[in-house]
Design a protein around this ligand. Structure first.
Ligand code: SF4
Length: 500
């Protein structure tokens, strides 16, 4: 069921349709009670994760007695101001930045999701996309009309299990009913093994912070330490910004529980289901360049992708440039390996926020013009190698090539630091359905003609793996190969990115 709304159609970034869109950042923090308030640190953490979702932002904060949730549509800096943060005192919080993959882009679907059960409550932030949402909803007797998103379903399932432990149903448990201290952990042990697909979760009750990564670990999640507590975040820069020391990544299939006794690690999933499949596109595009993933700095892997591109797919030219910001690191690597000078050919408007893009292809050129401008002195009369991370629809790339030609580039050679993007993602990334993917049905010549470039070449999967340092099969590359590590129901193939 497609629940999209106009806001979702209008609110897109520079690479609208030409890169897969990330779908959520999560953050959690717990410090020793009454030592400091954590709402400002949560804001900073979410701000560092803004690239993972720009549609809505929110946080849930606990002072040990009650949980307050504040969320709204828009960027983190639009949703919160100092006054709001001061009105959210507490020592424990989870936060979320959202880009919708299931469910519409509306206030009701902003996260954290909250459920009250008895004298306690649970708040949850989710990065990923479940693949068995409808089957679970059916089993739980939840009408599709009542179901807002897969994340909502997880919260509902947890609340149902907690209530069941109290011999009741969620809505029937009043505030006067006292929950057992381990009620949430018991519920998680029942619920988590029932979820399929991608989920990196931050969850809290009034006193405990929990981080969970699905058995495949599709989306990242890491743990950091503060002098007086702990932090969980989608990416390590969110730890850096709050002054936390990176401890480690949370393992696929691991649940980390943080309370007054410290940190505990639990494995709530059957051992045979644990099979690491980190999204390869976290390295190519999604994660911040300063993020640490699998012990590597993402920027370094991107630069190496550029080096491999130059080695295997050389072309004679005068200047190598990266599409800002997505292609710059790989362009630096390409230039270093090829000996062709690196230069800036495009300047990005740093202050662009919401733009409203008309769906007709001609207006895409205007949209690109609003966000990018050409440095003519570097481009006019030059043979240009343009490096980018990926092409999804190709429409924005085509518009960008047109700008370079209008500025006098004599040749434009496109080099892409990943293999052709041919299949939709069902594990938490918003991508179009297959017919809209440029490389799904076209030959390389057809792609070159469509983009109007002099040559085009993509990095192959073996070189991409080598650049990242993958020696085994511990990654997902389904959008490049069509081999999905977790089964995807047929109905999702017809509505991959939105709806349930
Ligand atoms: S299908 Fe592609 S974008 Fe989705 S998780 Fe796998 S590698 Fe990442």
């Amino acid at each position: 069921m497609d629940l999209n709304c106009d806001f979702d159609n209008n609110y897109r970034g520079l690479k609208d349709g030409d890169s897969p869109e990330e779908a959520c950042g999560v953050f959690g923090i717990r410090v020793t009670p009454h030592t400091r308030s954590v709402s400002h640190a949560t804001y900073d953490g979410l701000y560092a994760l803004q690239h993972r979702g720009q549609e809505s932002a929110g946080m849930a904060v606990s002072d040990g007695k009650s949980i307050t949730v504040y969320k709204n549509m828009g960027l983190v800096s639009n949703v919160f101001d100092d006054r709001t943060l001061l009105s959210l005192p507490g020592y424990l919080a989870v936060g979320h930045t959202r880009y919708s993959t299931t469910g519409s882009s509306t206030w009701g679907n902003a996260q954290p999701v909250f459920r009250a059960v008895g004298d306690s409550g649970i708040a949850l932030g989710h990065n990923g996309n479940l693949t068995n949402t409808l089957a679970l909803a059916d089993e739980l007797g939840i009408s599709f009309v009542d179901l807002r998103s897969d994340s909502d379903l997880v919260a509902h399932f947890l609340a149902t299990e907690i209530a069941r432990g109290l011999g009741s149903k969620p809505g029937a448990v009043t505030e006067s009913v006292k929950c057992r201290p381990d009620a949430l952990l018991d519920a998680l042990n029942v619920v988590l093994p029932r979820l399929n697909g991608a989920f990196s979760l931050v969850i809290m009750d009034h006193d405990r912070l929990i981080g969970v990564r699905d058995p495949n670990g599709f989306r990242p999640l890491c743990l950091g330490q503060l002098e007086q507590g702990y932090v969980i975040a989608s990416e390590s820069p969110a730890l850096d910004v709050v002054g936390a020391t990176f401890i480690r990544e949370i393992d696929p299939g691991e649940m980390v529980v943080i309370d007054s006794t410290g940190v505990r690690s639990i494995t709530p999933f059957p051992a045979e289901t644990i099979d690491p499949k980190l999204c390869i596109f976290e390295f190519v595009y999604f994660a911040r360049p300063d993020a640490q993933l699998l012990g590597r700095e993402v920027y370094t892997t991107r630069r190496k992708m550029g080096e491999y591109l130059a080695k295997s797919l050389p072309v004679d030219a005068d200047i190598v440039m990266g599409v800002p910001e997505s292609g710059v690191a790989a362009a630096v690597g390409y230039a270093a390996m090829s000996g062709i000078p690196f230069g800036q050919g495009l300047v990005k408007n740093r202050y662009i926020g919401r733009t409203f893009i008309s769906p007709d292809p001609a207006s895409r050129v205007d949209a690109v013009r609003r966000k990018l401008n050409v440095l003519r002195d570097n481009i006019t009369g030059q043979r240009v190698i343009v490096v980018d991370d990926s092409i999804v629809r190709g429409t924005t790339t085509k518009a960008m090539v047109k700008l370079l030609r209008e500025a006098g580039a004599t040749e434009v050679h496109l080099r892409i630091s990943s293999p052709p993007y041919k299949w939709s993602c069902f594990y938490g990334i918003d991508t179009p359905s297959r017919p809209d993917l440029l490389a799904a049905t076209r030959s390389m010549d057809e792609i070159r003609e469509f983009l109007e470039v002099d040559s085009i070449a993509y990095l192959d999967l073996e070189d991409l793996k080598a650049a990242i340092g993958f020696k085994d099969n511990g990654y997902c590359a389904a959008c490049l190969t069509g081999e999905y590590p977790v089964e995807v129901p047929i109905y999702m193939h017809t509505k991959p990115a939105v709806g349930l």
